[in-house]
Every structure is written in structure tokens, then in C-alpha cells.
Design a protein around this ligand. Structure first.
Ligand SMILES: NC(=O)c1ccc[n+]([C@@H]2O[C@H](COP(=O)([O-])OP(=O)(O)OC[C@H]3O[C@@H](n4cnc5c(N)ncnc54)[C@H](OP(=O)(O)O)[C@@H]3O)[C@@H](O)[C@H]2O)c1
Length: 269
């Protein structure tokens, strides 16, 4: 099936990261013209943009002016902007219970993961609102996490940001985008563990065993698993009547394994 994203211009935030790179390559293979966003990894983003005949643009997504300039640059890059994948994010790796979580980390995580997504999406909506007829079928895909669905002990900051993004923000956004444009759609993906630089240190054999214990498909996702779902959601052909949906990409995960089986009360004595 043709996805119908050939020739469409898409901004992928966090295009320099593990999942972002896979999204960029997948969309480019489908014929999209991709703006590869980065914050610090300029060389990686530029090399990737050269590989896919795209354009690399840098911005700190916590800075309002930089995000506005990013969207403006993305529109200018190909003379149009049809879609955004709000994929950039941080996952502070140190597990800290809520009572030890300092305000600085809390604010930073919310700032990058939630406010950065808000600013990115707002920039795109302003672009659509300025001339709705110039955008054929505007589409947004937010990148959330299973942490936003099931929570994540030790990472309440991250879980709270992703939960807000993939529920309250998404469900408001899909109605507002449809008000702006009759074919405007917004969806989100919630990956579970994905093997990327963000998680490389934490994905030990034991961690994988535990993380996959509540999953039907007992494997950690690849970035390509996520990218394929993003491409489907962006497609006005394959997902043209899908909006406001959260697609979980976690092999049928049912939740968290809070206690190893040996910790069952009858086995403890
Ligand atoms: N990996 C997983 O297991 C997993 C699971 C569920 C959800 N996710 C989500 O998937 C998305 C991508 O994750 P990943 O694994 O690909 O992580 P990654 O490799 O660390 O990439 C993160 C990306 O976000 C960008 N970024 C970070 N802070 C930024 C800021 N302040 N302003 C602008 N850009 C910023 C980074 O840019 P630079 O590198 O250029 O600085 C990078 O491109 C994130 O939203 C993450 O929460 C990941």
C-alpha cells in the first residue's frame, strides 16, 4: 500500500537521536522530505540529512524563540510543512523515588518532554492556522511512553510528562487541529523499552528479563518498530480516519512486574 506521504514535508524533532534517526530514514524511504532536528548532535543530524536529502536544523526545544525559528526554518526548507513528529525527549537515567526527586530535575524533565512538545506543536498549529489551504492534510505524531500509561517508579518526572502529553494534550489537540483543518489529525505512540543510546546502559540482560515479563512478545523494541508505526499514523491514506489515538508499541505489555515471583507472600517465610 502506498502511504501517500511521498513529497510531504515532515519535521522530526530529536531526529539526531536513536528513535528519531529511524523515523527520519523510514519517512525518507517513503518519499517524504524530512527536516532533521537536533539540539547538540549537529554533526550526526547533518550527516543524516545529507543521507536522506533532507535538511538539519538545531534548536533547544525549551526555548520559545528557538522553537519558533525552528518551525519557520522547517517551512522555509521545502517551501511547505505538512507534518510534525514531536519525538525529542529526555529520560533522566538515575532512578529516584519521588521523595528524593529534586525540583530542578522535575522542572527540567517537564520542560523538555512536555513544554518542548507543547511549543513544537503550537508552532505547527500556528503555521496551519496562517493558511490552512496551503497544508493538504496536516498530521502530528507525539512520542510518549508506556511510562505515561503505567507509571515508572524511580522516574515519576518522566512518567508525569509523558502521561500529560499522550492523554490530556493529545485529546485536546486532536479536536483543535480538526477545527483548524478538516483533515487535520493528531496521534501518539507509546513505546516501551527501545534499544537506543538513551537506554543502552540500563538494558542489561536482567533488566530486559524484567521489562519483558508482562509482554506477550518478549523482546525490547527496535527503533524501526517505532518508526513504522509513526509512518502509518502520518499516512493520510492508511490512517486517514485515525485521530486522538495512542498506539502502544510494547509487544502487548500488560503493565509492570512490581515483585519477582519469588517475593510471593507464601514463599517468603
Ligand atoms: N528509548 C526508549 O526506550 C524509549 C521508550 C519510550 C519512549 N521513548 C521516547 O522516544 C523519544 C526518543 O528517544 P530516544 O531513545 O531516541 O532518545 P535519544 O537517543 O536520547 O534522543 C533524544 C533526542 O531528543 C533531543 N533532545 C533532548 N533534549 C532536547 C532539548 N532540550 N531540545 C531539543 N532536543 C532535545 C536529542 O537531541 P541531541 O541529541 O541532538 O541533543 C535527541 O535527538 C523520546 O521522547 C523518549 O522519551 C524512548
Amino acid at each position: 500500500m502506498e502511504l501517500g506521504i511521498d513529497g510531504r514535508s515532515v519535521l522530526v524533532t530529536g531526529g539526531s537521536g536513536g528513535i528519531g534517526q529511524a523515523i527520519v530514514r523510514t519517512l525518507a524511504r517513503e518519499g517524504a522530505r524530512v527536516v532533521v532536528h537536533y539540539r547538540s548532535q549537529a554533526a550526526e543530524a547533518e550527516a543524516l540529512a545529507a543521507e536522506v536529502a533532507g535538511v538539519a536544523l538545531g534548536a533547544d526545544l525549551t526555548d520559545e524563540d528557538e522553537v519558533a525559528a525552528l518551525v519557520e526554518g522547517a517551512v522555509a526548507a521545502f517551501g511547505r510543512l505538512d507534518a510534525v513528529v514531536a519525538n525529542a525527549g529526555v529520560w533522566p537515567s538515575e532512578p529516584l523515588p519521588l521523595w528524593e526527586l529534586d525540583l530542578e530535575r522535575w522542572r527540567r524533565t517537564i520542560d523538555v518532554d512536555l513544554t518542548g512538545t507543547f511549543l513544537t506543536v503550537r508552532g505547527f498549529l500556528r503555521h496551519v492556522a496562517a493558511d490552512p489551504a496551503a497544508v493538504e492534510a496536516p498530521a502530528i505524531v507525539l512520542v510518549g511512553s508506556t511510562a505515561g500509561t503505567y507509571g515508572e517508579a524511580g522516574h515519576a518526572d518522566y512518567a508525569a510528562a509523558k502521561g500529560a502529553l499522550q492523554h490530556g494534550l493529545l485529546r485536546s489537540l486532536k479536536n483543535e487541529l480538526a477545527d483548524l483543518h478538516p483533515r487535520g489529525r493528531a496521534n501518539a505512540v507509546a513505546p516501551g523499552w527501545v534499544a537506543t543510546p538513551m537506554t543502552a546502559e540500563r538494558l542489561t540482560e536482567e533488566a530486559i528479563e524484567r521489562a519483558t515479563a508482562t509482554m506477550a512478545l518478549r523482546k525490547v523494541a527496535t527503533p524501526e518498530d517505532v518508526a513504522a508505526a509513526v509512518a502509518w499514523l502520518l499516512s493520510p491514506v492508511a490512517a486517514g480516519h485515525v485521530t486522538g489515538e495512542l498506539v502502544t508499541i510494547a509487544g502487548g505489555m500488560e503493565g509492570r512486574l512490581l515483585h519477582p515471583p519469588s517475593a510471593r507472600p507464601e514463599e517468603r517465610s
